[in-house]
Design a binder for this molecule. Sequence first.
Ligand SMILES: [Ca+2]
Length: 210
Amino acid sequence: MSHYPVPSKVSNLLIIMKNFKLISLFISILFMTSIVSCGDEEDPASAVSYSLTVTVDPAVGGSVSQTSETFISGTTATLTATANTNYTFSTWTGSSNSTSNPLELIMNEDKSLVAVFDLTDSDQDGITDDLDECPDTAEGTTVDDKGCEEEVAEVIATVWTGDVINFSKSDGADPALATNQDRITNQVWITRDNGEGGQIYNRVLENGFR
Ligand SMILES: [Ca+2]
């Protein structure tokens, strides 16, 4: 191939076109740079955000300082649980299983938190404070369903440890009569009831003697 001299007008045009390409490239770079710098800036309108859902279990148990809300990615949400009367904050469940209160959450994804409250039993007697009419009974006290000390009836059992006794009483004979009893000691008068089943019993105890 042979080279021919380029006419000067054509040469000028080529130079202009070259410059135009350079200018275009420069403008393009400027434009690209401005796009990149826009992306770097924290523009709340375009930033990624995540939702936080907060619930309370049971609803009457208490409240949480933070309500359900949307957070910009990376933001820290602080949740403080406050128990209502007769309730105690127990734990967080859901996206975080923690007993920390307040709880700090970094919002890097959608999160759902449940604040769990338990009924309080101040004296640990098994009757929760909302039902306990005596909420300060001593440890180990036996309590009734109102949480108050239960009167325990004294139970006295008489156990026969002597020889086997063959006892007999005619049907229908009066168990109140000594002849129809087997008086072993002053406190043990065995006889048999005339009612259905013919229960054998200690006549002394039946009459309220001791
Ligand atoms: Ca109690």
